[in-house]
Write a protein that binds this ligand. Structure first.
Ligand SMILES: [Zn+2]
Length: 227
């Protein structure tokens, strides 16, 4: 029954009923405007039951952190080398070029690995952003890492940027494009032709980077789940 599959989310902002995939939680939300009867909303969901099933079936498998897992990190392949020993007193992580070595007493060190990866994401994205901001004589005040589900990056007029940490798993030209996009907003706070022209100038492979994000961006949500 559709009532068992979708999760109802009442929304004050929504003007129409809608079905929306949450790729992190891997569920379909039924977004219902504040005053709409639930029955009407479920009827809408029932009409789109095929879409609901197909969308859930199409979700790519999650990738969890196990010994031997290969993670694409800023375009490089990084292998997880996990040693578990209950006699250990703490978890240590050491990053080498293509290996991340984890020694742990924990049965599931996922959250430690995610914390480590978020640090790498922040450092890497900050570097790319500063380099691009330099090219246009602008300064970046701060770079924050977020756990966003639908936005890859954002930028305020005064130079505060934020990025989804999972962007680090995208191909390098896509990461480069998303950062270029936010940096271009330091000059144009809109999506005008001038904005896109600058965005292109700041990216090294604008077309492919942008296209990949559009077609495959959701697949980045596979990473960083608990076992
Ligand atoms: Zn934008």
């Amino acid at each position: 029954m559709i009532e068992d599959i979708v999760q109802v989310k009442r929304s004050k902002k929504a003007r129409r009923v809608a079905l929306r995939l949450d790729p992190v939680e891997r569920i379909i939300n039924l977004v219902v405007p504040e005053h709409m009867p639930l029955k009407t909303a479920y009827n809408f969901a029932r009409q789109h039951e095929n879409w609901v099933h197909k969308t859930l079936e199409k979700l790519p498998d999650t990738i969890s952190y196990t010994h031997g897992t290969i993670l694409p990190v800023f375009g490089d392949q990084v292998r997880l080398d996990i040693t578990t020993d209950s006699a250990l007193k703490r978890t240590t992580l050491k990053q080498y070029d293509d290996v991340l070595k984890i020694k742990t007493y924990q049965e599931d060190p996922s959250s430690r690995i995610t914390t480590h990866l978020k640090k790498i994401a922040r450092a890497g994205l900050s570097d790319i952003a500063s380099e691009k901001a330099d090219m246009i004589g602008k300064e970046i005040k701060s770079v924050k890492i977020r756990d966003t589900k639908s936005r890859w990056g954002s930028c305020s007029q005064d130079g505060n940027m934020s990025f989804s940490w999972r962007l680090m798993f995208a191909p390098y030209n896509s990461i480069d494009y998303v950062v270029a996009h936010e940096v271009a907003h330091l000059i144009h706070m809109n999506h005008s032709r001038k904005f896109w022209k600058l965005c292109k100038e700041l990216s090294f492979d604008y077309e492919n980077g942008k296209r990949w994000m559009k077609q495959n961006g959701n697949s980045l949500m596979r990473y960083g789940h608990k076992k």
